[in-house]
Design a protein. Structure first.
Length: 357
């Protein structure tokens, strides 16, 4: 059943309805001046004011009783019968007003042209239910607008909930990978273990407490990547050849938080960790105007059976792909490529919406 939302302020409802009926009355008066030039505007105003209650009762009875109780519940036969019966009663009531109030007071000495029961039912029905139809259209448009608004709000709430869930997944996924690295260092009794713990603490502080806004400064995200890369450099030592280059108009630009980290994680988890000798990771970030270009290239294993599918189907990449679809629909391009020696991820994002504020 369609239900219209109540007005937040009841006076708004009262004033809007009163304004409508005053406007309707004035339209009748202006129309009457053309057909009854011998009558003044005040006379017509009083005359139409007498019959106005019939229009008001017919309208509210139809819109607020028959519609919700019969029409919206798809009781079409009962609704049609109720309209016919109520219309007949309203027409008779209108005839009574014409015979016993309008003519004795506004047409003194004259009698109605037709007898009480000599009714042009079609004309009388149209005369009353024209305004009912107008109000019905307004009401249905209002209900339709509210339904569309509610649908948009539900869709936005669903999207927001999904984004929060996806973002929350990044934390355990990252933590799991980093703890694995820390575990490997602990097994080797490395002197670098305390440094790793400290950097991990900084990373988690940013993830859990700082990046709660929908969009963060790109400079913050760069710092996040640098801290993560420092951890990986500690883990692999001089065996890892790592480059991270940043260029372009970085200052003041904003980006969804932790959107780039999964690509870098992926390069180490599915690429570097499987390369036995001199693994390489090359990361390039550039912002020109409002376009972000981000590219990650990393060594791939030359062992048979390692292909792009294993590289692209991890939880982290599936997660970030979905986030891109929700946050940057139609405003991003993601390309995954491989050759005999390396994997490459190239992301291009239009940042215009969140940076034009």
């Amino acid at each position: 059943m369609w239900i219209s939302q109540p007005y937040k302020n009841p006076w708004t409802r009262i004033l809007s309805h009163a304004g409508f009926w005053i406007g309707y009355l004035l339209i009748n008066v202006l129309t009457g001046l053309k057909f009854y030039p011998d009558k003044s505007g005040l006379q017509l105003l009083l005359q139409f004011s007498v019959s106005l209650p019939v229009d008001i009762i017919a309208t509210y009875f139809t819109v607020y009783f028959l519609y919700p109780w019969l029409l919206y519940k798809r009781r079409y036969i009962l609704f049609a019968l109720a309209i016919l019966v109520s219309a007949a009663l309203f027409i008779i009531l209108q005839r009574m007003i014409i015979y016993y109030i309008t003519y004795p007071n506004f047409y003194v000495g004259l009698k109605p042209k037709y007898g009480f029961w000599e009714i042009n039912w079609f004309y009388s029905f149209t005369n009353i239910y024209l305004v009912v139809g107008v109000v019905s259209v307004i009401k249905l448009m209002k209900i339709s607008f509210e339904h569309q608004k509610n649908a948009r709000e539900l869709a936005n709430e669903k999207t927001e909930a999904e984004l929060k869930f996806l973002k929350a997944q990044v934390h355990p996924h990252f933590l799991f990978n980093t703890l694995n690295n820390l575990y490997a260092l602990a097994l080797d009794k490395s002197d670098k273990t305390p440094e790793v713990v400290l950097k991990l603490s900084d990373l988690l502080n940013y993830m859990l407490y700082e990046c709660n806004e929908p969009y963060m400064l790109v400079t913050k995200e760069i710092q996040l990547l640098e801290n993560y890369l420092s951890l990986e450099q500690i883990r692999y030592g001089d065996n890892l050849r790592l480059e991270f280059r940043v260029s372009g108009e970085i200052t003041g630009k904003r980006l969804a938080p932790m959107l780039l980290l999964p690509f870098v994680e992926n390069a180490f988890k599915h690429g570097v960790s499987k390369v036995r000798k001199n693994p390489e990771v090359n990361i390039d970030m550039d912002i020109t105007g409002n376009t972000l270009d981000f590219e990650v290239k990393n060594s791939r294993s030359l062992l048979p059976g390692t292909d792009l599918a294993g590289y692209t189907e991890g939880i982290g990449l599936k997660n970030v792909k979905r986030r891109l679809e929700l946050l940057y629909p139609g405003r991003h391009q993601l390309m995954l490529e491989q050759n005999e020696s390396e994997y490459c991820i190239h992301l291009k994002v239009n940042l215009s919406s969140q940076n034009e504020r």
